[in-house]
Write a protein that binds this ligand. Sequence first.
Ligand code: PEP
Length: 253
Amino acid sequence: MARRPFVAGNWKMNGTLTDARELMAGLRNAVEPGMPVDVAVCTPFTLLYPMGKELDGTDIKLGAQNCYFEKKGAFTGEISPGMLSAANCTYVIIGHSERRYVLGETGDLLRAKVKSCLEEGLSVIYCVGELLDERDAGKTTDVVGRQLAESLSDDLDHARLTIAYEPVWAIGTGRTATPDQAQEVHAFIRERMGGLFGADAGAAMRIQYGGSVKPGNAAELMACPDVDGALVGGASLVAEDFAGIIRAAAATA
Ligand code: PEP
């Protein structure tokens, strides 16, 4: 099944408005009209409104990096799915490893977030991935399978769900999974998604790879049959690098 590649930039906790405008000046033309790739930038909350304006007239969509599951109320410091929609977000990343391991988010919390964001109409990028000692112990698929099972259920609107496989040992480290390592886990995720949502949905679901993706390794990773694009951290902050990854993704379509 032909799946349209999808590249998303995760800016993490980086960037003031001045930085963002500079980056956008370099990125504005990175997606040429008709290019067969979906592209998003997931900015800090403080940049969502101005970036929505900056992205107007481009083919780059806006995303957030996190969201709370409640609609409104006494949740100091949190942002709701409806607030992200109102800020023109199309996408939201849920379950990034930094949320799991630095901020202590649990599978139950992530389940509530995924459900609430999909119900709001947002498209969710749900991240999974193993720690290095889990990989070394041969537990990669156990861990990824558990992360999928504990936060996804068959009643979800899976058409707007993307999975990002991000081995934690490859995030921000310069170490990348080999294409074979990525393909093995992506095929496993696709099979699990087929089991949960039905074979057609599993075949149609986009699965991004994330972890030190750069223009130099993007093509070989995205050549894997079950790798449908990339979730990009550091390289998404350098316009020429992000544009190179976008071009590599479009070339696989
Ligand atoms: C990420 O933050 O999701 C990520 C993959 O980061 P990096 O590309 O810097 O490894």
